[in-house]
Design a protein around this ligand. Sequence first.
Ligand SMILES: [Zn+2]
Length: 323
Amino acid sequence: VLEHSRACWHRVHELFGESANLTTDVSIWFNPAFKIQGHPFLWTLWSSRVISRLSEVWGPSGLLSFPALQEAFQLPSTEFFQYMQLRSCLRGVPALAPGLLPTSPIVDIKRRFQNNKGGVAKIYASLLSRVPPDRLSTKAQWEKELGHSLSEDGWEEALGSPTQAGTDLRVRLIQFKIINRLYWPPSRLTASGLRESDLCWRCGFEKGDTLHMLWKCEKLHPFIREITGYSLMDSLINYILGINLIRAKVSKIAWELIQLALSSAKCVILRHWWQEEPPSVREWLLLMADTAVHEQVIRKSRNKLSQLRSIWSFFLDRVSEIG
Ligand SMILES: [Zn+2]
């Protein structure tokens, strides 16, 4: 959970083109940007006096004076030595200049939408509409894994795919995280020194990169084959990136259903991300049923119930085909 929160924190700052380690809201403790004798640090006494964020010790003219800190946080005089250490540590941070620091975009967004109706939807929309200064690296990583290049249009479509993944925000968020490569496959954990073997933890004998974990792993094949039938799986990129899913002409209803089925399949696979056991078709059906309830609520509110019935009758036909 911590790992994931940290990844999200970094990703949002990246989206906003800001340093994740130098805002008013960053923690002083264990911050990789702040080091004493080469290591991030934590002082429990300071922390127990509720000093944690950079903004608590940093003012318009840089680090606050020791008497000011003493007064604000009841620090004993014996802490002066630590204060001197903190001062020299912060002086050594090149990007940190006296003056007002930017607020973290995460805290900003939270304040902006707090207590608002539909707050989560707005936060999500705000993140989706963000274009980070440079997204090429993510595109390049996908190209490397897929083994061929993506056109600008195709990439644009992939970036917009979360909004096509049904009306459920959680499902959309999952597609958003896939596109932006926020899930850590074994290969990435190994490259970051967090795991010894880069082999897939499901099959145990192939390199576990994102593509393998979401699709290529042979332990997933029975699951994917049952859900998608035969036609869709020809195209790996389309499935993963949610682009150009239909080459043959199908009705709008079938198209929406295929989107939902694929999004739900990815959700179920990601639920089993850390497990050896591949997901089951039953689980996928249950999630689809959940989605049906959700879609019903949404469409009821939009007076589109008849549309829903035709979509789900299509789904139920398919389910009876699967058996
Ligand atoms: Zn595998």
